[in-house]
Design a protein. Structure first.
Length: 181
């Protein structure tokens, strides 16, 4: 819901200030949420996760629409339909790759912590006890890596620029965006 609420605001602000600061602020919100997730413990309750969820959704909503609009507006008019489909496909591939990478990091961290703590796992009951012991630390580690990635994204977002508007470009942008319909 936070993402849906922030998308139109991000679109409006994109027209006023460009993409750079929306990406920086959006990723800062996501980074703040990830930082809070990295401190989740076995005693964390559901209501403690509401603020980070809102922050993550708001940050994604604030930056994704302007970032996509920025990419499309910079594409040559005759290539807008290709850029749109390539952008969508790349987002899906990168999201899948990111999830697979994070799951791999998490599972390898769990395995390593079980070995370091010399926990004996002979059956499902032992595995459940071992997971309750090491899961908070493993998730904290994984979210720590995600935090480094998002902070890197903030830094890279500072290099985004609005670009020089050329005469007649406003008309071209409107015509280019028609290719999305």
């Amino acid at each position: 819901m936070a993402s849906a609420a922030m998308m139109p605001i991000g679109g409006y602000l994109f027209d006023k200030i460009g993409v750079r600061w929306l990406v920086v602020v959006g990723l800062s919100l996501v980074s703040g949420a990830i930082f809070q997730y990295s401190h989740v413990s076995a005693t964390t309750e559901g209501h403690d996760l509401i603020l980070p969820l809102i922050m993550a959704g708001a940050g994604m909503g604030l930056m994704m629409m302007p970032l996509n609009s920025h990419l499309i507006s910079k594409a040559p008019r005759d290539l807008v339909s290709r850029v749109t489909s390539l952008t969508s496909a790349m987002q899906q591939v990168i999201n899948s790759f990111a999830v697979a990478t994070m799951v791999t990091i998490l599972s390898s961290r769990v395995t390593k912590l079980i070995a370091e703590n010399k926990l004996v796992v002979k059956g499902p009951a032992d595995m459940q006890k071992a997971m309750l012991t090491v899961a908070p630390e493993a998730f904290g580690y994984t979210f720590g890596i995600m935090l480094i990635v998002s902070i890197t994204g903030i830094f890279l977002g500072l290099f985004l620029r609005r670009g020089q508007q050329q005469p007649g470009e406003a008309v071209k942008k409107e015509a280019a965006l028609e290719g999305l319909h």
